[in-house]
Design a protein around this ligand. Structure first.
Ligand SMILES: Cc1cc2nc3c(=O)[nH]c(=O)nc-3n(C[C@H](O)[C@H](O)[C@H](O)COP(=O)(O)OP(=O)(O)OC[C@H]3O[C@@H](n4cnc5c(N)ncnc54)[C@H](O)[C@@H]3O)c2cc1C
Length: 602
């Protein structure tokens, strides 16, 4: 670890809301090392050679092809990026892990899901919670693609309520093994997995327990048919039935009753990786839509010249670029936190676990934001292609169907939205993030007299940064009052939590974009970043609108009379631009750059 990392005071998870971040403190894709750049190039080359040309086969539910591609990915080391070298992985940092996940996932959701399920929830629980013996036995096989892993948590009656599963694990009389019986549902990679991470309940334990279960048809393991799905057609998804499956006691993961914790921690990392897995799909969809818009002529004009199409292209590129900005910012925070913990003597596994937990709020934010962005992006992609977009002969149709699952798995977006705010409030209660102090300051500001001075916003993005500071106040005003009003009962006010989480999400995404543009503008000059600055401004403009709407909804749901009036006035003040950006001009500029380059170029 560099002394730079050691000395740097990095933000704790959730602290972005109450602390200013200097643009030079964030990591951006422009900071990729040579090694990371090489990794990116080799993954892109792999996708273009092995995956993209076979898109049709994936839509025809060619599960064998998915397995074959996964095996090849294993041979190239892509399945073991996050795995330490002692277990035959590449032992690269978390940013590299995100990068591989990002670029390998862009061509089809089938590979994105197979890759995510195997390297994430199929491997990480063993890597993070396994004993040395378990890791030595299983991780090298998983890291190289000799074996594939799957994760069996969900059951017919236990989905979002994951700790309520009925699958049982019964200890044998001689105390040497457990017999697992139960039904697991929606299990990705089930059709070709050699190993399952299975969660089951021992006796009447409050919490479930994790087990490593080898796939053996002689050992009471059977499968349902492949599910017939809306998208990710070549991702194997089956029910898995365990009928008195014998599992040696040494295959218990961590301790008895620790399964729910394992499951949730595996999901933290799964969520941020799912955000990454939504990025290259957006780049590719935007790229294709740009090319199509340049080629397609109507009214004797390439449709790319129409303002309606320009607006779509600009929004698509912006969401891809902003998602990328926020995802790699959080990834580097996680990596730095891991490095610091390791330098302080913790094992790599313990350091990873604590660091993913630390940034669980950002992981949820990113999962929601990026999964919704790829949905919107592919939807607009279809629209740009017109009737051809609706045809299964063009890539937009499958991109749209494949995108849909990202809002459902790794915790639905509703659950992740509520979790993000819930975790933040919990962190505040524990004193890990000081929300109370800043929230009280905002409350004081509401009753004070606002300054009439016009600030100097001549510096690039200075008004946008001031706007972010004000938007943070909106969150503190709404969430702070809600916590005061409802206390622990806040979790029952789901619509309010959802509104608060939308504010949180928009603040994080917009801030990440602005800091990235500012950092690169300071480094290379504002002129070189004019499109990135335009995207940051465009994103912020839309974020201000969303935040205004959501905050208003929240305020009127719990405040009345003078209190409501005061908060609504505060909202007006905190969302006010001094110089309204001309978003039509911004979108036009971004779109014209895309169409001039005839590709996604940011
Ligand atoms: C293609 C696919 C692959 C999958 N892969 C795996 C896998 O590999 N391993 C695995 O274990 N699971 C897997 N899953 C399961 C997935 O994680 C669950 O589908 C998901 O967690 C939601 O659970 P559910 O389907 O039971 O929906 P439910 O929990 O029944 O939710 C239905 C709706 O109710 C909402 N809801 C539920 N609870 C609440 C609440 N408390 N408050 C507000 N709203 C709520 C949800 O947000 C959702 O909109 C996969 C699913 C699919 C479709």
């Amino acid at each position: 670890m560099s002394t730079e990392t050691e000395n740097k005071e990095i933000l704790r998870g959730g602290q972005f809301l109450v602390k200013d971040t200097d643009c030079n403190e964030i990591f951006t894709p422009e900071d990729f090392t040579e090694e990371q750049q090489m990794m990116k190039d080799s993954v892109m080359e792999f996708v273009d050679r092995e995956i993209w040309p076979n898109k049709e086969e994936f839509e025809k539910k060619n599960y064998a092809l998915t397995e074959e591609i996964m095996r090849k990915a294993g041979e190239l080391g892509f399945l073991g990026v996050a795995v330490p070298e002692e277990f035959e992985g590449l032992g690269m940092g978390f940013v590299s892990t995100m990068l591989v996940c990002d670029y390998i996932s862009g061509a089809t959701g089938s590979i994105a899901t197979a890759f995510g399920a195997h390297t994430g929830i199929g491997t990480m629980p063993i890597l993070l919670y396994g004993t040395e013996k378990q890791k030595k036995k299983y991780i090298p096989k998983l890291a190289t693609g000799e074996w594939f892993g799957a994760y069996c948590l969900t059951e017919p009656d236990a989905g979002s309520d994951a700790n309520s599963g009925k699958t049982k694990a019964v200890l044998s009389e001689d105390g040497k093994s457990y017999k697992i019986s139960g039904q697991k549902m929606w299990i990705s990679n089930a059709g070709f997995a050699n190993l399952f991470v299975v969660f089951a309940r021992i006796e009447d334990d409050k919490n479930i327990t994790g087990f490593i279960v080898e796939n053996d048809p002689e050992n009471g393991i059977t499968f349902g048919e492949e599910e017939k799905k809306l998208g990710i057609h070549a991702s194997s998804t089956r029910q898995v039935f365990f009928n008195e499956t014998v599992v040696p006691v040494e295959n218990m993961l961590s301790e008895r009753g620790n399964g729910f914790k394992i499951a949730m921690n595996a999901l933290n990392v799964g969520r941020i990786k799912l955000a990454a897995a939504s990025l290259d799909a957006q780049r590719r969809v935007t790229d294709l839509a740009t090319k199509y818009a340049n080629d397609r002529v109507q009214f004797k004009t390439p449709i790319a010249k129409f303002g309606a199409i320009k607006a779509k292209l600009a929004n698509m590129a912006t969401s891809a670029w902003v998602g990328e900005s926020a995802s790699y910012r959080a990834a580097k925070n996680i990596q730095d936190r891991i490095d610091i913990r390791v330098a302080n003597g913790e094992s790599h596994e313990a350091a990873e676990l604590k660091s993913f937990e630390e940034y669980a709020i950002e992981c949820s934010i990113l999962k929601v934001a990026c999964s919704e962005d790829i949905q919107n992006c592919s939807d607009e992609g279809i629209q740009i292609y017109g009737g051809m977009g609706f045809s299964a002969d063009t890539p937009m149709e499958s991109a749209w169907r494949d995108a849909r699952i990202a809002r459902i798995y790794e915790g639905t977006n509703e659950i992740n939205r509520m979790l993000s705010v819930g975790m933040l409030v919990k962190k505040a209660m524990k004193g890990h993030v000081d929300l109370l102090g800043p929230a009280m300051k905002v409350a004081d500001e509401l009753t004070g007299i606002p300054s009439m001075e016009t600030p100097d916003y001549s510096e690039t993005l200075s008004e946008e940064k001031a706007m972010i500071a004000k938007l943070k106040k909106v969150f503190l005003m709404v969430a702070g009052s809600a916590v005061q009003k409802f206390g622990p009962q806040l979790e029952e006010h789901q619509q309010l939590l959802l509104a608060a989480s939308d504010i949180l999400i928009e603040v994080y995404m917009a801030e990440s974009a602005i800091l990235r543009a500012e950092k690169n503008a300071k480094k290379n000059g504002a002129e070189s970043q004019k499109y990135e600055i335009a995207m940051a401004k465009l994103y912020l403009y839309n974020a201000v609108d969303t935040i205004t709407m959501k905050a208003k909804e929240g305020i009127v749901s719990f405040a009345e009379g003078d209190e409501q009036r005061m908060m609504l006035m505060g909202l007006k003040r905190f969302t006010k631009y001094h110089n309204q950006p001309n978003v039509v001009e911004l979108r036009t500029m971004i779109a014209e750059k895309l169409t001039a380059e005839n590709k996604y170029c940011f």
